[in-house]
Design a binder for this molecule. Structure first.
Ligand SMILES: NC(=O)c1ccc[n+]([C@@H]2O[C@H](COP(=O)([O-])OP(=O)(O)OC[C@H]3O[C@@H](n4cnc5c(N)ncnc54)[C@H](OP(=O)(O)O)[C@@H]3O)[C@@H](O)[C@H]2O)c1
Length: 256
């Protein structure tokens, strides 16, 4: 299997790092020469990675072509590529529908949209895939897990859920700033909160429980402090604010 990446940015680096760790069936990976420092780092990481001479060299050298440029320049970049009919195309590009990509590519190829998360580098990703494609799902399953969306709505929902990352850090920051305002040094608050959330993340991962509500109950004493904080958070509109933000981001995704 030969892979080519048009766009050698943050997410390409994460995906290739994961693939090099986890797969032995990849003969070659060719990356586009932009972002020279990342391209050079990847080429140094493994002998199977080569920096292509240009985007067309990447396409010509690959069975599966990954499109990993930013949405703003996607049309200009993709329209210039000359793909072969037998090629698979995997798009990381947020907000560009398959129909638009197919029109820009101009020859019949198989196109799959995916949302790799940065954690694929540590084989801890959960990559949403649409439409379902077992070969591509298998590739991303090596980087953690993959979830195949059965329709566009489901894919857009995965996309909305993947936009929760900044809110996670926002919750940590708001908590750390509160602790600081109450007199704890920020550094100490940060160390404590990191370990607390890392422990929770590990417990969530390890648990067989599907319901987060049940987990909340497992981690709360009846009438205790955890129960109180969440109840007050909810009463004061915390969960409502979250739901509204997700609804609004979904609308934005669907309008694109
Ligand atoms: N980051 C994430 O967590 C994430 C997750 C899922 C999906 N995505 C999607 O993945 C895509 C890439 O995101 P990213 O975060 O990796 O962005 P990024 O770090 O900005 O990478 C974009 C890359 O495209 C290169 N580029 C610019 N013009 C080019 C051209 N004409 N030909 C070839 N390459 C060109 C850039 O090179 P220069 O630096 O030299 O300009 C850079 O290496 C986006 O569409 C994004 O929506 C990102």
């Amino acid at each position: 299997m030969r892979l080519g990446f048009v766009g050698t940015g943050v997410i390409t680096e994460a995906v290739i790092t994961g693939l090099v760790k986890s797969r032995s069936d990849i003969e070659a990976i060719v990356v586009s020469p932009r972002s020279q420092h990342i391209a050079a780092r990847l080429a140094e990481m493994s002998p199977i990675v080569r920096v292509g001479s240009d985007n067309q060299d990447v396409v010509d050298s690959a069975d599966i072509v990954f499109l990993a440029v930013r949405p703003q320049i996607a049309e200009e970049v993709v329209k210039e590529l000359r793909l072969r009919q037998d090629q698979q195309v995997v798009s990381f590009i947020a907000a560009v529908p398959i129909e638009a990509l197919a029109g820009w590519i101009g020859v019949p190829v198989t196109i799959t949209r995916t949302i790799p998360l940065p954690f694929v580098a540590e084989l801890r990703g959960a990559t949403a895939i649409y439409p379902p494609n077992d070969q591509i799902a298998d590739l991303f399953s090596s980087l953690g897990t993959s979830v195949q969306a059965q329709d566009l709505k489901q894919y857009d929902l995965f996309s909305a859920a993947s936009a929760l990352m900044a809110t996670y850090f926002g919750l940590l920051e708001a908590s750390a700033r509160w602790l600081e305002a109450e007199g704890m040094p920020y550094d100490q608050a940060s160390i404590f909160l990191k370990r607390l959330f890392a422990g929770l993340s590990h417990a969530t991962d390890a648990s067989k429980e599907q319901s987060f509500e049940a987990m909340a109950s497992d981690f709360s004493t009846k009438g205790g402090l955890n129960e109180q904080v969440f109840a007050e958070f909810k009463e004061n509109g915390g969960t409502r604010a979250l739901t509204l933000a997700l609804e609004s981001v979904l609308k934005r995704i669907e309008q694109r």
